[in-house]
Design a binder for this molecule. Structure first.
Ligand SMILES: Cc1cc2nc3c(=O)[nH]c(=O)nc-3n(C[C@H](O)[C@H](O)[C@H](O)COP(=O)(O)O)c2cc1C
Length: 163
């Protein structure tokens, strides 16, 4: 496909894409025995057989190259009461885990306390996608952690919950 001039600017594009409501996850990894992670709304369940999931880290992410080098990652699906966790994990260049409790999952990636579900993956594949990368992970283990809470949702740059 040839490149064409587009009739919308970057801010408008972001605003329009913000109309797609999503849940929020924190992608985690263990690097030099320390937890690393970042908030992501690009998580997607890709395949049941084999069990594959995906998400898209920005190429500007400082955490993803470190997690990638470890070869595995965790997906922590946030509950509606975890806005603060999400905000902490959406920062860059700070100690994001200062106020976040976690423990190691079966494969050695950090599981945040209080999440709805936790998925442990090995890195299966990566695809270039402009200023992001599409990461495909193979699920090695998964569990529902908390049954009662609803999901944390993100819509038009604001948090919400499922009613
Ligand atoms: C609700 C929400 C969803 C986000 N989704 C993504 C995402 O899918 N991919 C991404 O790269 N960054 C996403 N971000 C931004 C990162 O969490 C943010 O840039 C983070 O601070 C990057 O940290 P790092 O430099 O430690 O990687 C999201 C932020 C928020 C608040």
């Amino acid at each position: 496909m040839s490149e064409q001039a587009v009739a919308f600017d970057s801010a408008t594009y972001r605003q329009i894409m913000g109309n797609f409501a999503t849940g929020v996850v924190v992608v985690t990894g263990l690097v030099d025995d320390q937890p690393v992670g970042f908030a992501a709304q690009s998580f997607v369940s890709l395949s049941l057989d084999p069990p594959l999931v995906g998400f898209s880290p920005a190429k500007s992410s400082s955490s993803w190259p470190k997690i990638r080098a470890s070869g595995q990652f965790g997906i922590n699906i946030l509950g509606e009461d975890q806005q603060k966790v999400c905000a902490d994990m959406a920062q860059s260049g700070v100690d994001k885990f200062a106020n976040v409790h976690w423990q190691l999952g079966l494969t050695g990636v950090p599981k945040l306390d209080g999440v709805l579900a936790f998925i442990e993956c090995s890195i299966e594949d990566e695809h270039d996608a402009g200023d992001h990368t599409i990461v495909v992970g193979r699920v090695q283990d998964c569990a529902c952690v908390q049954g009662e809470s609803g999901p944390l949702l993100y819509f038009r740059s604001a948090y919400g919950s499922f009613v």
